[in-house]
Design a protein around this ligand. Structure first.
Ligand SMILES: Nc1ccn([C@@H]2O[C@H](COP(=O)(O)OP(=O)(O)OP(=O)(O)O)[C@@H](O)[C@H]2O)c(=O)n1
Ligand SMILES: C[C@](O)(CO)[C@H](O)COP(=O)(O)O
Length: 227
């Protein structure tokens, strides 16, 4: 299975002056934890890291130090996650029929989750890892008044990996670029194309490290695993 790792963000919500994926958790950069999970996932046999060119020296050093057994390609990202994934898709080997896309910021995802997503993708055209929502979710208007409360039993929080047939996802990205769709995950492009996307049970601990508070939570989770 081919894996694309969007890692070209600015980390604005983290408030860091550098790519948040270079911040350390238990002494290792966030991106290293993601790469270790990918390396240990038996189903993954190619890795594409989508990043900002200014981070490539750090990325190359990480890759060299990890001595990964799987081929790694660096791809220049775009101004949005959507554009970064689009660039990543263009960099896939011709042989790639299916691809997992996994946020570099979701550095706690386990190898087992990668393998489950890879396995499920063999029998469907698109999938996402997701977990049932625990909080009651409110739809709120611009004046911060509640407009609606969706039925929680139908609500799932999307995570990554997200997996797709390569040609299908490329076509949906092309259509999105032509029609100006702005999405925050790749599944939304298939949904807009009226295509089915399967849910794969994600992991409660598959946190997207986004704000400073997430760093402490992520370290706690990692520490529990290394005990
Ligand atoms: N132009 C972008 C924006 C985001 N990402 C990646 O997409 C993942 C999810 O994005 P997010 O958590 O929002 O990261 P940032 O965009 O860096 O965060 P912020 O929105 O706070 O700036 C991250 O691994 C990030 O590196 C990317 O590859 N290219
Ligand atoms: C793809 C994603 O992780 C699914 O929850 C999320 O949409 C990424 O959002 P971000 O704003 O790019 O972090």
């Amino acid at each position: 299975m081919h894996l694309l790792i969007p890692a070209a963000g600015m980390g604005r919500r983290m408030g860091s002056d550098r790519n948040k994926l270079l911040l350390k958790l238990l002494g290792k950069p966030l991106l290293v934890w993601t790469l270790l999970a990918a390396e240990n996932a038996t189903s993954i046999d190619w890795i594409g890291i989508i990043g900002q060119k200014l981070d490539f020296p750090d990325f190359k050093e990480m890759i060299a130090n990890l001595k990964l057994t799987k081929p790694v390609t660096l791809v220049i990202g775009g101004d949005t996650r959507q554009e970064s994934v689009y660039n990543g898709l263009q960099a896939l080997p011709e042989s790639a029929e299916r691809v997992l896309i996994h946020d570099g910021a979701r550095c706690l995802a386990t190898s087992e989750l990668f393998n489950r997503c890879s396995e499920t993708l063999l029998s469907c055209r698109g999938l996402i890892a997701a977990i049932p929502v625990k909080d009651t979710i409110k739809i709120v208007d611009r004046d911060l008044f509640i407009k609606d409360t969706p039925n929680r039993s139908h609500l799932w929080a999307a995570q990554t990996p997200q997996g797709f047939e390569v040609k299908l996802l490329k076509d949906c990205h092309y259509k999105g670029r032509k029609l100006g769709w702005k999405v925050t995950d790749d599944a939304a492009l298939l949904e807009k194309c009226q295509l089915p996307v399967k849910i794969v049970e994600g992991e409660e601990t598959n946190l997207k490290v986004t704000t400073p508070g997430d760093l402490a939570i992520a370290e706690f989770i990692l520490r529990q695993r290394t005990i």
